[in-house]
Design a protein around this ligand. Structure first.
Ligand SMILES: Nc1ncnc2c1ncn2[C@@H]1O[C@H](COP(=O)(O)OP(=O)(O)OP(=O)(O)O)[C@@H](O)[C@H]1O
Ligand SMILES: [Mg+2]
Length: 212
């Protein structure tokens, strides 16, 4: 438990109360769903609630299949781009349907959602993200490449440290997304590397983990 949370509260208490929050959102979404104009937004809310529940462990985790996890993460970020009125992203995948990942699917959703979200947040115009997965010599290598402005050179060497961010938002803590990505990948005996693409604008993240 983080220090900021009341020590009398257990994780189960937190899940209980967050489920109440999800319940309210679900009820509101149900009202929206009845009106054709708002039903896409209702579906977005329902997907976000399910994602929140999966993160909390309030609904059972699924088998970590890479293709399915990437599909869900693309849906979440597409929902975000529509709701936040961000430029749309086109996702191009080269992923074999059979590829599995180690550990839990909720961990990997956090990895890909943070990577896709970062790309969505730096894009100033509609962009593209290419995701490619390859298995060789017992290692699964996944690349996520975008065609945005690229990573600022001054932060590149310390990108995965907590609190490294170019966001100027004094209200909430920033610079956690890539730290989470790095921690999860390391937990599964893997590594993640960030670079700017050669010859074209954009960033590329390369993840490698032992094949399962
Ligand atoms: N795809 C990308 N293209 C260009 N810059 C990026 C990209 N991904 C990350 N960055 C840079 O790395 C910084 C750190 O990213 P990170 O996800 O760790 O934190 P954040 O996005 O700033 O905040 P948070 O994720 O906590 O909301 C970003 O602020 C941004 O400057
Ligand atoms: Mg981020």
């Amino acid at each position: 438990m983080p220090d900021s949370v009341d020590s009398d509260l257990t994780y189960d208490d937190l899940i209980h109360d967050l489920n109440n929050v999800f319940e309210t959102i679900t009820e509101a979404a149900e009202l929206l769903r009845r009106d054709k104009r708002w039903s896409p937004l209702a579906a977005t809310l329902a997907r976000s609630v399910n994602r929140g529940k999966r993160l909390l462990g309030a609904i059972p985790d699924r088998t970590p299949n890479l293709s399915a996890i990437i599909g869900d993460s693309i849906q979440s970020i597409t929902d975000y781009c529509v709701a936040a009125r961000k430029p749309r992203l086109k996702f191009v995948r080269q992923i074999n349907d059979e590829i599995r990942l180690p550990g839990s699917s909720k961990d990997w959703e956090r990895v890909f959602e943070n990577l896709f979200l970062n790309a969505a947040q730096v894009m100033r115009k509609p962009g593209r993200i290419d995701i490619c997965a390859q298995q060789a010599d017992g290692t699964l290598t996944i690349t996520v490449a975008d065609n945005g402005p690229g990573i600022r050179a001054d932060i590149l060497p310390r990108l995965f440290r907590a609190d490294v961010s170019t966001k100027n938002n004094s209200k909430t803590r920033s610079g956690l997304g890539l730290h989470i990505v790095d921690s999860i990948v390391k937990k599964h005996a893997g590594r993640v590397h960030a670079a700017n693409r050669e010859g074209v604008p954009g960033a590329v993240f390369t993840l490698s983990v032992p094949s399962v």
